[in-house]
Design a protein around this ligand. Sequence first.
Ligand SMILES: NC(=O)c1ccc[n+]([C@@H]2O[C@H](COP(=O)([O-])OP(=O)(O)OC[C@H]3O[C@@H](n4cnc5c(N)ncnc54)[C@H](OP(=O)(O)O)[C@@H]3O)[C@@H](O)[C@H]2O)c1
Length: 308
Amino acid sequence: MTEQPCILIAGAAGQVGVELQRSFAGFGKIVAVDLETVDLANADQTRALVRRVQPNVILNAAAYTAVDRAESQRDLAMAINATAPRILAEEALRLDALLVHYSTDYVFNGEKQQPWVETDEPGPLNVYGESKLAGEQAIQQVGGRFLIFRTSWVYGPHGNNFLLTMLRLARERDRLSIVDDQFGSPTTSIELARATRAVTEGVLGGQFGTPQEWSGLYHMTCADSTTWFGFAKAIFAGAEERLKLKPPELTPQATKDYPTPAKRPRNSVLSNRKLLDRFGVRLAGWRAALDDVLQVLSAQVLSSGGTK
Ligand SMILES: NC(=O)c1ccc[n+]([C@@H]2O[C@H](COP(=O)([O-])OP(=O)(O)OC[C@H]3O[C@@H](n4cnc5c(N)ncnc54)[C@H](OP(=O)(O)O)[C@@H]3O)[C@@H](O)[C@H]2O)c1
């Protein structure tokens, strides 16, 4: 491989895509693309993109992530989350490039009482989960050099996410009801990008042996777990301190009282054991990672010279 690897980042404007651009800065030549440049729902465009760029590494952070809307847009969700990853894997194989792809805790049905491990049987409850599972399976069928990172409850300083929704709602309302019977691990885009770089760098540097030894599927989330209610409580405690935001009154709510088009798993906590054992990489605990994001937001408020 060349000294300076060429890194193609798809989904560059998304939560994870933006952080990947930051964390891979200086690692190689970055070609960042988003929907405005290439529509991954279009197989020909996807193939042509890779053939034109000839990357050594493809970081695929693009996805159809609208979980509820996917229930009525199955074909589009499948095209972006299942067909596009297959094409990226085929093209990566042709170039002997590394494909890094993200998947989701929503491939599981949520019924297990313990954290899910990579060998547990998936059983998605919604179309988004089905489409992401199909993407994982497509990449595994194609083979080659690939890393699939299943993550969960992703949020960060920008984009559409639970944290930013909570902060907006707190400015509009005095009281909020939040679901308290779904368990998961809130994971920041910052931690995901940092861990992705650490693993990618190690793999390309030959630190982890041959592709046969490291290619595969890994869970990658911040450590420890909570419910959406617990996450919201921590957000408002942190936001009161860091952003001087008046916390709303929070009421725990049952999933059955908050109907959504897509069903969600009750327990989607993932075990990160395999990631740690194979690569020695561990993400921060979700509370520390949340504080990092609140610090970023606080710095943004200060630099814009106002209060948010
Ligand atoms: N968000 C979560 O809670 C969560 C949880 C588990 C796993 N994940 C996985 O983590 C990865 C990153 O997610 P994220 O939270 O960063 O998602 P995100 O913020 O929604 O970003 C996804 C990006 O993909 C782009 N995209 C969508 N359709 C496209 C298309 N047809 N062609 C090209 N680009 C397209 C989007 O562009 P537009 O914005 O212009 O549509 C967006 O920039 C995904 O694989 C996701 O499935 C996310």
